[in-house]
Design a protein around this ligand. Structure first.
Ligand code: ATP
Ligand code: ZN
Ligand code: ZN
Length: 804
């Protein structure tokens, strides 16, 4: 038998199927969708079996070396999906398939340089020889890290045949094991107890424990339960009363938590209206994409939960995507409380091993629901009954590296394959989605009121320019300060929101205006108070805080801006009695920290929750009656056509945290541009007005949803080269596309240099260009050689979500 394999060598020339023969001893095992190890040139690489055939036209076909899986890791459906992904995201096949699997299943290679024969060591160039004097094999990384200059010598020695490059494939999969003990023979326990006599009282206690609980138990647990010691257990093992063995367990990040079971709530009239058509599709096994436009607190999550129940009742599975969910433990909890151990959770806060174990539960069918971030859209279920994307407008659903896919598009593919509904939910849908719903491509379901007549919070917008004029230099307006004081006296809770993006602390000279920038990237450095260092967020460069200005030597160099730390200090100054919980990247770095802080806040251990993006959504605490936004416009001026949309969405989300239950809520938004529609319309909770307004702007500027856009970005260490290539690409695009397509550029990218590489780009705006994919592939093909040499980079992003 012959198999066709996609190999793990992501370059243009190898992005096709290769034939391999299956040796007889592997014939009974091999299946489509399995990972294999195959020889490829001088090395061994991992690959996926895509198809099989009886014969091959090629001569000298090599043999499959090894099979890595017992059951296929990719189903037929996922194999097809990979094909679609390769095409629509313009990426290599191997990249598409690897994106679908947990990191633990991706191959890891170790390259080693091996001395072929110790007797020939003198043939090696002298500088190299010391490396092999006491060993035959040297890890390639050792050379690469510190001795890049040895490369030519190594190459020569390899061509002379004294050294050899060997690739070792390592399967990263590890199954967690624990040591347990159990009685060697249960029936004998009482006899053994008697035989022990009076001296071994401690050992007797352990035997008595096993008479009561005769099953295997982890050693640590036994020590605790039987109040015994390791020594006692060891003695019993030596006497052959107990045996020790290792068993495989699955790592469960939520193992030590108990979840109260909740029952479905009786739905409100509004919720019933919305869930009917979804039920209908589930019952009739039909595909449809729904958009639930539901204001904050309208009860969308309850609809998700009850739709999933219905699907589970049909013996089918559900995928729920939420934006980076380690950030919303409350959300996970709501699913675990309803479906218990039928829920797997996948998010970036888990270790590689934990992620793999969650993935296995999905793969072997022991869970029915997965709640996860973007990549959970590839969950290897085999009978999907519903896919839900909560907060569908979030930019994190677009992957910003290869394969550059949008989870929504992948979800549509999968839902139509399984003939099941896809639900997009949001209080502030993306313009693209809402426009499609209006056109009838998606079915629109609206819930414009909160559950149980709870009213939306009142929103007050404060003009900070006026505050300054009236002499208030603090970061809190009078209105916000008064309301915070009021909540403190009433024992109610407040949320203070600070937008991290575009609002970090930078260092500026007060005399000449010089701003400290990264020497490798065109971006200002950020001051970190805890380490007192200046750091670049793009390349990791760091330096000490300067004492004098490097431009004019003035000593008046200070850090500006207002990070969360600074806000916290200010609160302690002006509201000394307030207890504050600060939530930002610094305070939530430790595993579980996020959840701990939120639990503390929920238990009333703080008056104010101060934080960045991570507190904007998902929180549902009854005692929050005030939300303050410190600088609403920090995001508005980013060079991105979605800046207004993002501002409106974020402000609406944070506002939605206030007054969700019995107590009414208030919101204070501080801004320097109160007249801007994306801020003003938050006050009126008027998504539809915002939609119309923003659509007219997009129409005027030929942006999505009226036009699609694609960005071709070129980067290279030499600026002349970048400009030259980008210009060529620009004119090639103009030549090749229809005259209805608009090609802009070349222009420097918004961040014109990152890690010493200059960045230029062309933007294509188009409505209907059937040849576009082919044209873009041709660009890739043209620069293939230079790209493979690793200096030039050409990245193609269709429907970009982060412009930089
Ligand atoms: N049918 C119902 N009966 C009683 N309470 C309900 C019902 N549906 C939802 N709730 C409660 O109303 C509150 C808001 O609901 P939920 O969190 O589902 O809204 P949401 O639309 O998902 O909110 P957001 O988008 O702001 O996170 C929750 O506390 C929830 O328990
Ligand atoms: Zn940098
Ligand atoms: Zn200066």
């Amino acid at each position: 038998m012959i198999v066709q394999v996609v190999v793990d060598v992501p370059t243009g020339g190898t992005d096709r199927l290769f034939d391999y023969k299956v040796p007889v001893h592997l014939l009974p095992m091999i299946e489509i969708g399995m990972r294999v190890i195959v020889p490829f040139g001088p090395r061994k690489v991992q690959g996926f079996v895509i198809s099989t055939s009886e014969e091959t036209e090629l001569e000298n076909v090599k043999e499959v070396e090894e099979i890595l899986d017992v059951t296929p890791v990719l189903t037929n459906e996922l194999l097809q999906l990979g094909e679609w992904l390769t095409n629509s995201a313009i990426c290599f096949k191997i990249t598409a398939y690897q994106a679908m699997l947990p990191a633990a299943l991706r191959a890891k290679y170790k390259k080693e340089i091996k001395l072929v024969d110790q007797n020939r060591i003198l043939e090696i160039p002298e500088e190299l020889r010391v490396w092999f004097e006491h060993r035959d094999v040297v890890d390639w990384e050792e050379f690469k890290l510190n001795h890049i200059n040895l490369m030519p010598l190594i190459k020569r020695a390899i061509s002379m045949g004294v050294l050899e490059a060997v690739y070792v494939v390592k399967d990263k999969v590890t199954h967690k094991k624990v040591k347990v003990v159990e009685p060697l023979c249960r029936e004998d326990l009482s006899i053994q107890l008697m035989q022990l006599g009076n001296r071994a009282a401690k050992q007797k206690e352990v035997i008595e424990y096993f008479i009561k609980f005769p099953t295997a138990v982890p050693i640590t647990e036994l020590i605790e339960q039987a109040e015994t010691t390791r020594g006692t257990i060891k003695a019993l093992i030596e006497k052959n009363v107990l045996v020790e063995k290792e068993i495989e367990v699955s790592r469960d990040p939520y193992a030590n938590r108990s979840f109260k079971r909740t029952n479905p709530l009786p739905l409100t009239r509004n919720q019933k209206k919305v869930i009917e058509p979804i039920y209908h599709m589930i019952e009739n096994k039909k595909h449809e994409t729904f958009l639930i436009h539901g204001v904050t607190g309208s009860g969308k999550t309850e609809i998700y939960l009850q739709s999933i129940s219905k699907v589970i009742g049909q013996e089918k599975e559900a995928i729920v995507l939420v934006p980076e969910i380690s950030l919303t433990p409350q959300m996970v909890q709501r699913f675990k409380e309803r479906f218990g151990s039928l829920v797997a959770v996948l998010h970036s806060g888990l270790s590689v091993g934990e992620k793999y174990d969650e993935w296995r539960k999905i793969h072997n069918g022991s869970v029915k629901v997965v709640v996860g971030a973007r990549s959970a859209v590839f969950a290897p279920f085999k009978n999907i009954g519903i896919i839900i994307i909560d907060e569908e407008h979030e930019a994190t659903y677009k992957q910003e590296e290869n394969p550059r896919y949008h989870a929504r598009d992948v979800a549509i593919q999968r839902a139509s394959y399984y003939k099941c509904p896809l639900i997009l939910g949001s209080a502030t849908p993306s313009l693209e989605t809402y426009a499609r719903a209006k056109k009838g491509v998606y079915k629109l379901l609206s819930m414009l009121e909160r559950v149980n007549d709870v009213t939306l919070p009142t929103v007050e917008i404060v003009d900070m320019r006026e505050e300054l004029k009236s002499g208030n230099r603090s970061m809190f307006s009078k209105q916000l300060f008064d309301k915070l004081t009021d909540r403190l006296s009433r024992g109610e809770q407040s949320v203070l929101f600070l937008n991290r993006r575009g609002y970090s602390t930078f260092v500026m000279c007060r005399d000449c205006g010089y701003v400290a920038e990264c020497p490798h990237c065109d971006i200002s450095l950020t001051y970190h108070q805890t380490s007192r260092l200046l750091k670049c967020h793009y390349c990791g460069h760091q330096e000490n805080m300067p004492k004098t200005c490097s431009s004019c030597n003035s000593e008046h160099i200070r850090f500006f801006g207002s990070g969360t730390q600074k806000v916290e200090e200010e609160i302690t100054k002006v509201l000394p009695g307030a207890r504050v919980i600060r939530m930002d990247v610094d305070t939530t770095r430790k595993k579980g920290a996020h959840e701990k802080l939120l639990t503390a806040f929920d238990q009333g251990k703080a008056d104010i929750l101060l934080g960045t993006q991570m507190i904007a959504k998902g929180l549902d605490f009854p005692n929050i009656t005030l939300v303050g936004v410190l600088a609403a416009d920090s995001m508005l001026h980013l060079p991105d056509f979605r800046a207004s949309e993002r501002t409106f969405q974020l402000l609406t989300q944070v506002s939605g945290r206030a007054g969700r239950h019995k107590l009414p809520g208030e919101v204070v938004i501080q801004t320097y541009t109160p007249e801007h529609y994306s801020i003003d319309l938050v006050r009126q909770h008027d998504y539809l007005a915002f939609f119309e307004r923003e659509m007219s702007v997009r129409k005027l500027q030929n942006y999505p949803p009226y036009y699609f856009i694609t960005i071709v970005q070129v980067s290279h260490p030499e600026i002349m080269k970048v400009i030259e290539v980008t210009e060529k690409i620009g004119s090639f695009l103009r030549r090749s596309l229809s005259d209805k397509a608009i090609v802009l550029g070349p222009v420097a990218s918004p961040i014109a240099r990152i890690k010493d590489r200059y960045r230029y780009q062309c933007m294509i705006k188009y409505k209907n260009e059937p040849t576009l994919l082919a044209v873009l592939k041709e660009i890739n093909e043209n620069y293939k050689r230079e790209i493979q040499q690793g200096v030039l980079q050409v990245s193609i992003d269709m429907n970009p979500y982060v412009l930089m």
